[in-house]
Design a protein around this ligand. Structure first.
Ligand SMILES: Cc1cc2nc3c(=O)[nH]c(=O)nc-3n(C[C@H](O)[C@H](O)[C@H](O)COP(=O)(O)OP(=O)(O)OC[C@H]3O[C@@H](n4cnc5c(N)ncnc54)[C@H](O)[C@@H]3O)c2cc1C
Length: 437
């Protein structure tokens, strides 16, 4: 008898999860797995890890909550500290798995893993559904290859054609029995810090936050407050849960429409949707451009006139540059795993324009640090800022003095994060790479 395997990726929820709804319909034994790839914790060629401590803590919390929810169905989540293709291979050979459920993948590397799995197991049926974006690709008024060159063109097309957003899906009523018994959390995994965090991972935490946010008056002032460098209430803070799939973009837009129905729509409520369209655009951008997302020249044919200086990069990462606002933002990121959108724009502009560093090192450091790291939004935004992406103005250079006057006029944010401990940068940077800490 054959069995089925559900491989969770960034779809860590049961509500509004089209793939769970599909898997729940089948009645052969079903296993739920999550694969923590050992590679995520190893140093990469940007001398960063893919998965830093804050990201790991948020992910681990999300997995624990998911496991608890599955228990209500007589099910459980098995966590592996192993590459996904090896885990799938194991289930194929030892548990006769012939159906694999996996959400549609947006990242190039994840797509490659799935392609290789399919190539190596011709009789494995791979069932997929979109669980990550607002619109399914076939609902869009263009094919992926016809993705508009700029966000503005994309937004106008979406607003003119108003594709339907699928109705939200309830969590399943019944899920087939598990294939194997529960297994303990692998002892080889890095410890999960017990320190209190800004946000707790997991589907329940996400839906609690959604309810809290839309029961406040904050959505009606979002547009005026969203650029603030600090303050939980100033922007929605949905990003960490969205990135891990603890909540869907559709659930957020649904709650937004309900809020507008009760309290009225205004520029601010529109702007929340507008920002979610940015997220949507970058997801499609990743699908359209594949591994060009990680290329120095991006989607253009021009390589930026920047290079790599290890000491400067280290100063940027640790928040010890000559620029107080940048230092404060980087220290906030290092301590919390989060940084405001304005902060991200400023530190990225500084890395490229003031420090003259290769933008990919900045993107890799964000990948390690951000609890809301999302491959498409991160690398797409970095390309945009570095002038090798979808920006019609070919790059953004922010005036850090002016930005400080506008967003931190009283130096409150800088003082809070001790950003004014500034250090000059060496003009000559001949240190060995990688630097020892
Ligand atoms: C260099 C750089 C790197 C970034 N890396 C990431 C990343 O890895 N993951 C990530 O989710 N966002 C990333 N962003 C986008 C943005 O900064 C965050 O989504 C936002 O700060 C998250 O906070 P929030 O949920 O309160 O956002 P809000 O302002 O409340 O926006 C609502 C939602 O819209 C989406 N959104 C808003 N702005 C953007 C944007 N510019 N691009 C894509 N989606 C957007 C997010 O899903 C966000 O949760 C990056 C931006 C820059 C400039």
């Amino acid at each position: 008898m054959t069995h089925s395997l559900y491989w969770f990726t960034n779809d860590l929820r049961l509500s509004d999860n089209a793939l769970i709804s599909l898997a729940a319909k089948q009645d052969t034994a079903l296993s739920f797995v999550y694969c923590v790839d050992p590679q995520w914790f190893k140093s990469n060629h940007h001398d960063c890890q893919s998965m830093g401590q804050h990201r790991w803590q948020f992910l681990a919390q999300s997995l624990q909550q998911l496991n608890n929810t599955l228990k209500d169905y007589g099910q459980h989540l098995v966590i592996y500290h192993q590459a996904a293709h090896e885990v799938i291979e194991h289930y194929y050979h030892h548990h006769n798995v012939r159906t694999l459920y996996c959400s549609e993948q947006i990242g190039y590397d994840e797509q490659q893993t799935l392609l290789n799995v399919a190539k190596n197991h011709a009789d494995l049926v791979i069932k997929q559904a979109n669980t990550f974006t607002l619109y399914d690709n076939q609902q869009l008024p263009f094919t992926i290859n016809e993705l508009p060159a700029t966000f503005s063109q994309f937004r106008k097309l979406i607003e003119q054609t108003t594709p339907t957003i699928n109705t939200l899906l309830d969590p399943p009523v019944y899920i087939a029995r598990p294939l194997i018994a529960p297994m303990p959390w692998p002892t080889t995994l890095p410890n999960v810090s017990k320190e209190r965090t800004l946000f707790a991972g997991g589907e329940k935490s996400a839906t609690d936050h959604l309810a809290d946010y839309f029961s406040s008056a904050n959505p009606s002032t979002y547009k005026e407050t969203r650029n603030a460098l600090a303050g939980i209430e100033n922007s929605t803070k949905f990003s960490p849960w969205l990135a891990n799939g603890c909540i869907s973009a559709r659930q957020i837009v649904n709650a937004l429409r309900n809020y507008e129905h009760i309290h009225g729509a205004n520029d601010s409520t529109y702007w929340i949707y507008f920002e979610l369209l940015w997220r949507e655009y970058f997801q499609l951008y990743s699908l359209r451009y594949g591994n060009k997302l990680f290329s120095f020249a991006g989607i253009t044919k021009r390589k930026p006139l920047t290079s790599f200086y290890p000491q400067r990069f280290k100063q940027w990462c640790t928040g010890t540059t000559p620029y107080p606002i940048v230092n404060a933002c980087m220290k906030q990121l290092n301590k919390t795993g989060y940084m405001s959108n304005r902060g991200r724009q400023l530190v990225a502009s500084c890395l490229v324009n003031e420090l003259k560093l290769d933008w990919r090192f900045g993107a890799a450091y964000f990948e390690q640090q951000l609890i809301d790291y999302d491959v498409a939004s991160n690398w797409g935004n970095w390309q945009y800022l570095a002038g090798v992406g979808a920006d019609p103005r070919s790059g953004r250079h922010f005036n850090l003095v002016k930005q400080t006057q506008t967003y931190d006029a009283n130096n409150q944010f800088i003082n809070h994060w001790q950003g004014d401990e500034v250090h000059a940068i060496d003009s000559l940077d001949a240190a060995d790479w990688p630097l020892s800490s």
